[in-house]
Design a protein around this ligand. Sequence first.
Ligand SMILES: Cc1cc2nc3c(=O)[nH]c(=O)nc-3n(C[C@H](O)[C@H](O)[C@H](O)COP(=O)(O)O)c2cc1C
Length: 213
Amino acid sequence: MLTVWEAIKMRRSIRKFAQDDVPEDILAQMFEAARLAPSGHNRQPWRFLVVRNQKQKDELCRMCRGQRFIQEAPVVIVCFGDLNRYKLQATRQVHQELVELGVADGRSNYLVEPGQGKPAEGMGAMALEDALSHLKANSYIAIEHLVLMATAMGLGTCWVSRISGLAEVNRLFSLGDNLVPVALVALGYAAGGQPPPRPRLSRQEIMIEAQTD
Ligand SMILES: Cc1cc2nc3c(=O)[nH]c(=O)nc-3n(C[C@H](O)[C@H](O)[C@H](O)COP(=O)(O)O)c2cc1C
């Protein structure tokens, strides 16, 4: 298996797949990597659905502006965030777990760094708009864990975030509207070799100088 650094360097978006299926033990390892991702307030909102059925992949392709690699990939992972994890009851539960672990301060209702007493993230019930943006940000972290693990195990992936008609995805799989589709990952063995690296900004371009005066 590749190291984290090797996988980061090796990963490319793959849009041409061989038809070989993805072994279950590799999928299991990918979901284990996703499961261990960090999340705000340890809410772990990510949920995953594995799709191999051709008709369902065709439908997903249509719902993603006809991006054909979605129907051609042997496996498509539909990634959701669970809005229920942002409701007050779940918030109380995850907060209590963190209090018991000594990570959160039970008196102030704020998360604190152990020994520092520094407020981090509030724990009140969130506005829907805020909950949706947290849900997406946290789920994306888990998805990238999954993607890097796939790369480390020799598989190709491509993120897809442009999903039109989110409700249509839930209807297709008869899911409740607490599950918000946030992305798909097309998955399989790359056909046609490793593509060259895609351009990136230089380190100078991504760094901002702190103004000290
Ligand atoms: C959140 C996200 C959404 C993306 N959505 C799409 C997509 O809908 N279709 C697609 O072909 N590629 C998609 N990509 C892949 C990007 O186009 C790709 O990461 C970028 O061009 C850099 O290429 P690389 O991944 O090979 O380094 C997405 C990537 C991310 C991280």
